[in-house]
Design a binder for this molecule. Structure first.
Ligand code: CP
Ligand code: NVA
Length: 317
């Protein structure tokens, strides 16, 4: 048995560059589709039959690269990887020309870029979906997998307290967006000067007004994690910031998620991380390798959630 393309819905936007393009119902559709694809890999093995995905990466990747490629194979399609680590996008030819070539050959693009603007330029110049596989600003596929994992554990995230401790970076931004859309209460705790982007926070505040979630940005980690249902952290220096790690390590030292910090959260609080992780820096081995860590569940769900995103954006086109 194979599913028909129309069996799954569509997302309203052409692309997935930011969670802000999705409404609450759209995120629920992604989660329902992901759950269905996760339950029946063999039943849905030709949903994207004959479709092609271009994968253009300016940065390293394990999870995003594997899960998009395997995801296309699972759905009956194929993927072509373009390693763009040696030269910045736009340096050999304009992003506009790149987009206009690619749309003649493939049905979708996933790109991992330094500049978020590069993704926007690709998307604006082609008729096919462009998916953000991480930019310096956002990581929407990660956040969808993060919160999908929580809904599997809890049923719903509404009213739950999620705490992100660390750098107000791409991962943090998209997590805040999803939490705000789905009515989870979100506390971000960063050192002064490393708080999340003001535009993301104002977008999240608007979303929160509709969903009823509370969004707070604080600097004191011990207070932040009090009563948390889940504690999330990410690296102190993201890709492209590696030369800042020494300086950042001193600044972020009190923001390491360790057993003592987790003791302030609820006793069954989950630990989350997008990976790759640096044990001994942003998280201790005891926490990330402990019984409440869900990091590998999240990594697995990258596959199912991104398959859902591809089906909902590329299916039926
Ligand atoms: N979490 C994540 O995006 O992992 P990769 O950098 O390995 O793709
Ligand atoms: N914030 C990290 C996430 C890696 C998946 C980075 O951008 O390097």
């Amino acid at each position: 048995m194979t599913a028909t393309l129309t069996r799954f819905g569509k997302l309203p936007s052409k692309d997935l560059l930011t969670i802000a393009q999705l409404g609450t119902g759209d995120i629920e559709t992604v989660f329902e589709t992901a759950a269905e694809l996760k339950r029946g890999r063999d039943q849905h093995n030709s949903v994207l039959k004959g479709k092609r995905l271009a994968m253009i990466f300016e940065k390293d990747s394990l999870r995003t690269r594997f899960t998009f490629d395997i995801g296309m194979q699972d759905l009956g399609g194929s993927a072509v990887f373009m390693d763009h680590r040696d030269a910045r996008l736009g340096s050999r030819e304009s992003l506009k020309d790149m987009a206009r070539n690619l749309e003649r050959w493939v049905d979708g693009i996933v790109a991992r870029t330094f500049k978020h603007r590069a993704l926007e330029e690709l998307a604006a110049n082609c008729s096919i979906p462009v998916i953000n596989g991480l930019s310096d600003y956002l990581h929407p596929c990660q956040a969808l997998a993060d919160v999908f994992t929580l809904t599997e554990k809890w049923g719903s995230v509404k009213g739950r307290k999620l705490v992100y401790v660390g750098d107000g970076n791409n991962t943090c931004h998209s997590l805040v967006h999803v939490a705000a859309r789905l009515g989870a209460n979100m506390t971000v705790c960063s050192p002064e000067g490393y708080e999340p982007n003001a535009r993301v926070i104002s977008e999240a505040m608007l979303m929160a007004r509709e969903s009823g979630s509370d969004i707070e940005i604080v600097n004191d980690p011990e207070r932040a994690v009090l009563g948390a249902d889940a504690v999330y952290t990410d690296v102190w220096a993201s890709m492209g910031q590696e030369d800042e790690i020494e300086e950042r390590s001193a600044i972020f030292n009190d923001y390491r998620v360790d057993e003592e910090m987790m003791a302030h959260a609820k006793p069954d609080a989950l630990f989350m991380h997008c990976l790759p992780a640096h044990r001994g820096q942003e998280v201790t081995a005891g926490v990330i390798d402990g019984p409440n860590s869900v990091v590998y569940d999240i990594a697995e769900n990258r596959l199912h959630v991104q398959k859902a995103v591809m089906v909902l954006l590329m299916g039926g086109r």
